[in-house]
Design a protein around this ligand. Structure first.
Ligand code: SF4
Length: 363
């Protein structure tokens, strides 16, 4: 049994157990699971989820949240039950209420919209997204044109573009590169969404540089450590796994990229599931080795449920494939570093554990 090590504050409930839904059909060979690590919650998600919980504790329900706090349906519904109300835009929020901005970040126009309604804003933007916002502002100020590699319509992309709207062009994929137009090819920089496929992004950059040889690189990687680490781990797993199951939601960019990366690196099949109950018996036909991972917004309890269901199907031999250790942790937004009585809160500045199960001595 693999636990989450008590790392995550949000008590995400288990789904109702449907024991023996999957059948243990004999195969040639030994059934086993390779469990990728790192997987699951990143530091930015951990911080954003705790921010909503603490806002509920300190200010009472309801607390409004603009967009999904993180892209995971189970986390969102769990927070809704505790009193969070998720809205699309700030004009849906009653004046004077508390509002949390999601981990994906917001544009200055959203911040202004909240201020105009006298909302008490708590910014749970991941600091690694804020870093990209700052880069966009700085390069725009220095008269650069910015080629932002990212997915059209993603909240993070909308937030980043909103920091330099006149100077940013979105590059959605390598296929966009031939059609990009710029004013000055010698004063160009590329930035990216934090949750992309590293390999596809590098291919996009290569094509951009073929067209614009003086294209400048960002000062440091925009694709975040968590996205990169989860992709490295699933690449290693996919070398041996015939089937890969990725736990996470369909609107989670880094989760969907894990499916792509698994397929590009040896897995014969890869599927994304929100819940264990979505695993189909036919996926397991003749499969000896299954890889399992989860996106950066996925609580470990959902992975555990997948392992439990696969155990019913005879996959009881579970080995972790650890490609990196993670201990990064961000302090909470400044409005939340005290408890409801105004005393310093140990979770606010780093008192919470970031040790996940695969980092525990007994894990
Ligand atoms: S995936 Fe990366 S950028 Fe997004 S919240 Fe997590 S650490 Fe931050």
């Amino acid at each position: 049994m693999i636990s989450n090590g008590g790392a995550i504050a949000l008590d995400t409930p288990r789904m109702p157990v449907q024991r023996n839904r999957l059948k243990n059909v004999p195969i040639d060979g030994t059934k086993r699971i390779l469990l990728a690590a790192p997987r699951g919650y990143c530091a930015g998600v951990d911080r954003a989820v705790i921010a909503v919980e603490k806002a509920l504790e300190n200010f009472g329900a309801p607390v409004y949240v603009r967009k999904q706090i993180v892209h995971n349906i189970h986390v969102v519904t769990t927070l809704e039950k505790k009193g969070a109300i998720f809205v699309d835009e700030v004009d849906e929020v009653p004046e004077g209420s508390h509002i949390v901005f999601s981990a994906h970040g917001v544009s200055p126009a959203v911040v202004k919209g909240a201020a105009d309604r006298q909302l008490q804003a708590i910014d749970a933007t991941c600091p690694l997204v804020t870093k990209v916002h700052r880069e966009a502002v700085r390069f725009a100020r220095d008269d650069f044109e910015i080629l932002l590699i990212g997915h059209h319509g993603h909240e993070e992309v909308e937030g980043t573009m909103g920091h330099a709207p006149e100077r940013t062009t979105l590059v959605n994929s390598p296929a966009d590169v031939p059609n990009i137009t710029v004013k000055n090819p010698d004063h160009l920089v590329w930035l990216s969404q934090t949750t992309l496929s590293v390999d596809e992004t590098m291919e996009t950059v290569r094509l951009l540089r073929e067209r614009f040889p003086n294209l400048q690189d960002p000062p440091s990687d925009d694709i975040c450590y968590a996205t990169q680490n989860r992709q490295v781990a699933i690449k290693k797993v996919a070398e041996e796994a015939e089937l890969v199951i990725v736990v996470g939601s369909a609107n989670s960019s880094n989760t969907v990229r894990l499916v792509d990366v698994a397929l590009e690196n040896g897995a014969r099949a890869a599927y994304r599931v929100d819940y264990a109950s979505e695993i189909k018996q036919e996926w397991l036909d003749g499969i000896a080795t299954i890889g399992v991972t989860s996106g950066a917004s996925v609580p470990e309890v959902l992975v555990q449920e997948v392992l439990d269901d696969l155990a019913d199907a005879g996959y009881t031999d579970v080995a972790q494939v650890v490609t990196a250790e993670e201990d990064l942790m961000f302090s909470l937004p400044k409005e939340l570093r005290t408890d409801a009585q105004g005393n310093p809160d140990e979770r606010g500045l780093g008192g919470r554990s970031r040790k996940l199960d695969w980092q525990r001595d007994d894990g």
